[in-house]
Write a protein that binds this ligand. Sequence first.
Ligand SMILES: CC(C)(COP(=O)(O)OP(=O)(O)OC[C@H]1O[C@@H](n2cnc3c(N)ncnc32)[C@H](O)[C@@H]1OP(=O)(O)O)[C@@H](O)C(=O)NCCC(=O)NCCS
Length: 182
Amino acid sequence: MIGLRRIGPDEFTLRLDAVLRVYTEAMNPPADQVAGRRLIMGNHATHPAFTCLFAELSDGTPVGIAYGFHGVPGQWWHDVVRRALAEKHGEGSARGWLGDALELAEIHVHPDYQGKGIGRAMITGMCAGRLERTAVLSTRDQPTAARHLYRSVGFVDLLTQFVFPGGHERYAILGTVLPLDG
Ligand SMILES: CC(C)(COP(=O)(O)OP(=O)(O)OC[C@H]1O[C@@H](n2cnc3c(N)ncnc32)[C@H](O)[C@@H]1OP(=O)(O)O)[C@@H](O)C(=O)NCCC(=O)NCCS
């Protein structure tokens, strides 16, 4: 039996090891990047209107994690994406998508539990009841389960084949107007 539970920033910070376990199993990142990711996640918990969902087994072990926050200038992802959107589509588009946005930073399900509807339940749960005008995120620009899931709940491509500064992988930047349809 798997249940969704909302987690505040304090509990998230205390449970960072468990969050990273799900992240590492789902994303299989290079080992030398995990410590840096931990720092980034810890910093994300300090962002405004931070919200997180754990998908937990009955013993409290998280097998899915999703979190996001209100994007504001001064946050790295927000500033990079806002600049890129303005360059590609104009300042009005950048303001429209990022001016009042829930930024979904991470959503991961442990491979043993993927394909059971947990990801879909977490993304709809994350967006439900939010007051922002839009939700935005980035994901690898490949035909992944994540790409399929986001499209199916209403996200559209804002930028494709986007390379973040200092990176080399190609990402898609996606957005949707809130509330989600359905
Ligand atoms: C993306 C992810 C969070 C989705 O979670 P999930 O619990 O497996 O997703 P769900 O079971 O809710 O399925 C969502 C949709 O994806 C589809 N899907 C699942 N696995 C798939 C796969 N390997 N290829 C294509 N579609 C897939 C499902 O069929 C479902 O679509 P449908 O309802 O139209 O049938 C999960 O696959 C994951 O953690 N992936 C690795 C980490 C990652 O990429 N995270 C996102 C980073 S932006």
